[in-house]
Design a protein around this ligand. Sequence first.
Ligand code: SF4
Length: 335
Amino acid sequence: MAVSPADRDPGRGLAPDPDRGIESDRRLLDLILHYDCNLACDYCTISPQMRTRVLSTAAAIAAMERARADGITRISLTGGEPTIRPDLLGLVRRAAGLGFGEIKLQTNGLLLGAGQNLARLIDAGVGLVHVSIHTHERGAYEALVRRPGTYDALVAGLRALVAARVPTMADVILQRSTYARLPAALRWLHALGITAADLWFVSLTDHNRDNVASMPRMTEVLPSLAAALSCADELGMRVRSLHIPRCLLGPLHEHAWNPADEGVRVVSPDASFDLRASRLTPGTRVPACSGCEHEARCPGIRADYLDRYGDAEFAAARGLALPRHLPVVPVVPVV
Ligand code: SF4
């Protein structure tokens, strides 16, 4: 899979105090079990070289034990695609045995509708599933994931989750080829029985660094996003927008959400780090931020976005006529 709430990122090293200012019962261990995947999404930040990296079973268990010793009660098992790991069920059982109160699986969902896979995962302890649907139409989905014949497996997985009444959230990517269909995607999810979604803004990092055509301006996306959020409100869906700052969302800014606020310890095959220190997490202030009403709740802007488009949109949203590419200030120090 290409994106998850813990951001696929080798990170900038271990931040010294990952739990500072976080309520202990919301802290999360995000365990990136490997980077391998059974899809090949066209916007994926994971390179072929990264796909060979694996967190060993022993290292995964050690990370779980450390997290529990530190009082962390939530865990997300992710990748890459975690359901292609042969030891996944054992790791879920181990997480349950260690007392994690919430065990989440972050997946592309393709294997959940097959045989007893979902029943086994639930029996082992999975209580929450995030499914990356990317986009909702067959042709667009299979073109994006670059694996013909996978759409039916996605839908079967979603239907299995709904039938089993597993709390499920869809992850939807906002990139140039998908954002216009966003209102329809939310209506499609609602019709299936899925009432929660996270909307991710595409990132120009790692393997997707040079795919600049995939990233639209945030202001280009806004009309479709606003229509989608309004539609979600009417349908009673819980939809969160990630990485688009509140100043651009205007009256819909309460939909903005920054997963790093919950205190996420990421353990990957490469590193252990606080999600706030990830370069895929918004973390840069620009001059327009000065005096902003949202400053206390806003993590800032993503560096890859500012590198591509500068800060003019944020200045305009604040009613300022500032030139592009003014000096920017990192909110989270690079470690
Ligand atoms: S702090 Fe900056 S980026 Fe955040 S909402 Fe305000 S102006 Fe926008």
